[in-house]
Design a protein around this ligand. Structure first.
Ligand SMILES: Cc1ncc(COP(=O)(O)O)c(C=O)c1O
Length: 412
């Protein structure tokens, strides 16, 4: 462990925590599709392996393997919840964020009354908009909070015009997976709450860049996907107690008193939930390695700052390059301070074609619509033509970003 506190990320140490970087088959491949799914950190892989080899039994029975299995699942929920400022039973796992919103929308379908209204955006990934829009079939009024077609920005003043006493729920992203701008979640949630509306925040694109304090943000629902936050393929839902108890139970009737079981009708993936404790291990080790807090919420905050500072430093040159390049249109803000390192570029060449060209140059990136069909269309980009998306995270190095810029310069 380092002796002094530092704000500079030790990327050599960081990369040593991700076995992918040591794999021969991945050498000389710069990974820029992290918004699709990130590499898995060693603590998660180790826990998953241990679970499958030593604890792969029905959890919560009195024999030792089972007790350990159940305890590890509980540990994952309690440590992640503590890091995110909520009670343990306010955090639950489901198969994916898309399935989680589907279940939540069904709960709201039963909870809302004809004539009630909800607000959705056209900035979201389809997961946090499509299921909500279907409530229109039940007589719920669906209002669309629209982005600026030039900038992709969601203006809070526009939200003000949509809020009234009929609005019971506001669904929006912490950060869009193509616009990249970080929305002012605390402000939006405060406005919704003052209006008597609940909030459902899609944190999927933001969470890889830091586990946030959901209590401080004031969201009623905060969703993210662990396979993008260095963990296994699970969706994680934080549902605050007031809302979770008000919505009708979607699980087995006899589990209704258990908040964390109310919105997970499917049987949980025991091994993956247990392995998710490895994400907490990693964030804590990251914080401690840089001389900051060794555990809990303080470690999560320190890891968040370390990651964000590093990412912003690497992101600005890429944004400067893309903004200056005449043959592409950079979607979203050109300043790193208020965006995630998820950069969508629209060009005359289809997004997937650009990704193919980059692949031959050792750049792993993706092209297409990224299920943000509405956001692309609203910005005048044909979703079928698609964008090139290059997205990175804290384990990315300056050398990789330079390699990306050089490669982009050849293909664009
Ligand atoms: C912003 C955003 N929201 C939601 C999702 C859906 O998550 P999941 O794959 O867990 O359903 C994604 C997936 O790419 C995403 O990028």
């Amino acid at each position: 462990m380092m002796k002094d506190t530092t704000t500079t990320l030790d990327t050599t140490w960081v990369r040593s925590q991700f076995p992918a970087f040591a794999e021969d088959v991945l050498q000389d491949q710069a990974f820029f599709e992290n918004a699709g799914g990130s590499y898995t950190c060693a603590p998660v892989i180790n826990r998953l392996t241990r679970y499958y080899t030593q604890r792969k039994v029905q959890p919560y029975a009195p024999y030792e393997a089972s007790t350990l299995a159940g305890a590890e699942m509980d540990e994952a929920r309690s440590r992640l919840a503590a890091m995110m400022g909520v009670d343990t039973d306010e955090l639950s796992f489901g198969p994916s964020t898309t399935q989680n919103t589907y279940v939540l929308a069904n709960a709201f379908r039963q909870h809302l009354n004809t004539g009630d209204a909800i607000i959705v955006t056209n900035q979201d990934h389809e997961a946090n908009t499509g299921p909500w829009r279907r409530l229109a079939e039940e007589g719920i009024e669906v209002r669309e909070w629209q982005i600026d077609p030039e900038t992709g920005h969601l203006d809070v003043a526009t939200l003000d015009n949509l809020l009234d006493e009929k609005v019971k729920l506001v669904c929006f992203p912490h950060c869009s997976n193509v616009v990249g701008e970080i929305n002012d979640v605390a402000l939006i949630c405060a406005k919704a709450r003052a209006n008597g509306s609940y909030t459902c925040v899609d944190g999927v694109s933001y969470a890889p860049h830091g586990f946030v304090d959901v209590n401080a943000l004031g969201a009623d629902i905060y969703l993210f996907s662990a396979y993008k936050t260095y963990g296994p393929h699970q969706g994680i839902m934080i549902i605050r107690r007031g809302l979770g108890e008000a919505l009708p139970n979607q699980g087995h009737y006899f589990n209704a008193d258990s908040l964390y079981k109310r919105f997970t009708p499917a049987g949980p993936d025991h091994a993956q939930i247990a392995a998710s404790a490895g994400m907490a291990d990693y964030m804590e080790a990251l914080s401690a390695h840089h001389g900051h807090a060794a555990s809990g919420a303080a470690a999560a905050r320190a890891a968040h700052s370390l990651m964000r500072d590093h990412e912003a430093t690497l992101l600005q040159p890429l944004l400067d390059y893309a903004s200056a390049k005449n043959s592409v249109r950079l979607l979203g803000p050109d300043q790193a301070a208020n965006r995630a390192p998820t950069v969508a570029l629209a060009s005359q060449i289809p997004g997937e074609e650009l990704a193919v060209r980059l692949a031959s140059m050792g750049i792993m990136a993706g092209g297409g619509d990224f299920y943000a069909v509405r956001a692309l269309a609203a910005q005048g980009v044909d979703p079928a033509h698609g964008v090139l998306r290059v997205s990175f995270t804290h384990y990315t190095t300056e050398a990789e970003v330079s390699k990306l810029i050089a490669a982009l310069d050849q293909v664009l």
